[in-house]
Design a protein around this ligand. Sequence first.
Ligand code: HEM
Length: 150
Amino acid sequence: MKNSIRLLAILFLASFALVSCDKDDEATPTLYDRLGGVAAISAVVDQFLTNVVGDNVINARFAATVASPSRTQLLRNNLIDQICAGAGGPCQYKGKTMLESHKGMNITQAEFNALVGDLVAALDKFKVPQKEKDDLLAILGPMQTDIVGK
Ligand code: HEM
């Protein structure tokens, strides 16, 4: 009898421990989770690419990409993986480094800002909250040093 009471007490306490673990997980979801996972990220990337193609400040840069469906597909997949992985999701970025892929393009600060604006417009279209926008831009912003003026 004593033993079964002790066992019940242990189970009772253990269930509290499990519940509090769950709560911890809920309290600290990754940016990937907060963005809504790979489906939501893919939808944002598609809108972002649509915005880029319509953006006269930078769309000439992507003329050759847009002319080739396979190249467009590869860029799309690389961007999804890059954002997913950067946000703590279960993806692996398999593309070139930012320095390798933008070297020789001499991208200006104005062009970089235009592209970020196109991304923000895509995030706004899907009503991504300010905190998640800030967190994502904090991941992508530092890439500027490997992209602008290279
Ligand atoms: C934070 C900003 C940026 C990010 C995260 C980014 C990301 C990427 C990625 C992942 C790729 C593909 C790399 C690969 O093929 O392995 C790429 C390629 C490229 N990026 Fe960017 N990029 C940024 C800014 C820019 C800007 C400002 C421009 C020009 C205005 C630009 C123009 C290009 C072009 C032309 C390509 C080649 C596309 C192709 O392969 O057809 N990028 N970028």
